[in-house]
Design a protein around this ligand. Structure first.
Ligand code: SAM
Length: 185
């Protein structure tokens, strides 16, 4: 199994339906790194085009890897070991290809229903029996823009709750997806 995760910020929808680059939310880094480590994700990429935002990400990571955080909470340090900070999705793809010798299959995610979605069950099976690397694309803001979505080979079905309300944070959505895809049964 070779599943990777990318948290994306460029080419996102905002509330008005415009395309934006969203700000980095530091708790996203923490939480998704911990979920990803818990479920055996190979690499977790925080992708941001802004040098200032990437510097912020490096500072946070540094605190938990070498700073006070490393001794205060070694578990957090371990979770950051799979974290990579990248400027673009292409950079994340290249890093996975360098590690595995193959470009990853991109898998888009969204809360929205739509055509040609792959089910959690089918993707879980595919992951289990495949050596191909996959890269799960997580959005921010009001979701991933269509240009980025069009790059994906698969589109994972949305997580559905029990009623009409469906506004999970990306951190919560990621944890649920990883559990459905990778948890030991
Ligand atoms: N309405 C947006 C959408 O449809 O993607 C929700 C944006 S949410 C704040 C940010 C990201 O969390 C989404 O781009 C997606 O990666 C993930 N996400 C949130 N809710 C989800 C759901 N119900 N199913 C799958 N992914 C979800």
């Amino acid at each position: 199994m070779d599943l990777n995760v990318a948290l994306l910020h460029e080419d996102m929808w905002d509330k008005q339906g415009d395309k934006v680059t969203t700000s980095l939310t530091l708790i996203d880094m923490h939480d998704i790194a911990r979920s990803a480590t818990t479920y055996g994700v190979k690499q977790f990429f925080v992708v941001h085009p802004s040098p200032a935002m990437r510097k912020l990400a490096h500072t946070l990571r540094g605190h938990w890897e070498e700073g006070f955080g490393a001794t205060y909470n070694p578990n957090r340090k371990e979770a950051f070991e799979i974290l990579h900070i990248a400027q673009s999705l292409d950079e994340a793809v290249m890093k996975i290809e360098m590690r595995t010798g193959m470009p990853p299959v991109l898998v888009a995610t969204s809360a929205k229903e739509g055509d040609n979605r792959i089910s959690f069950a089918d993707f879980r099976k595919q992951l289990r029996f495949s050596t191909t690397p996959y890269l799960l694309l997580l959005g921010t803001g009001w979701g991933i823009g269509e240009e980025l979505l069009s790059k994906a080979e698969f589109f994972l079905e949305p997580i559905k709750g029990s009623g009409g309300y469906n506004h999970l944070s990306v951190r919560s959505a990621c944890a649920i997806m990883l559990d459905r895809l990778l948890a030991k049964k």
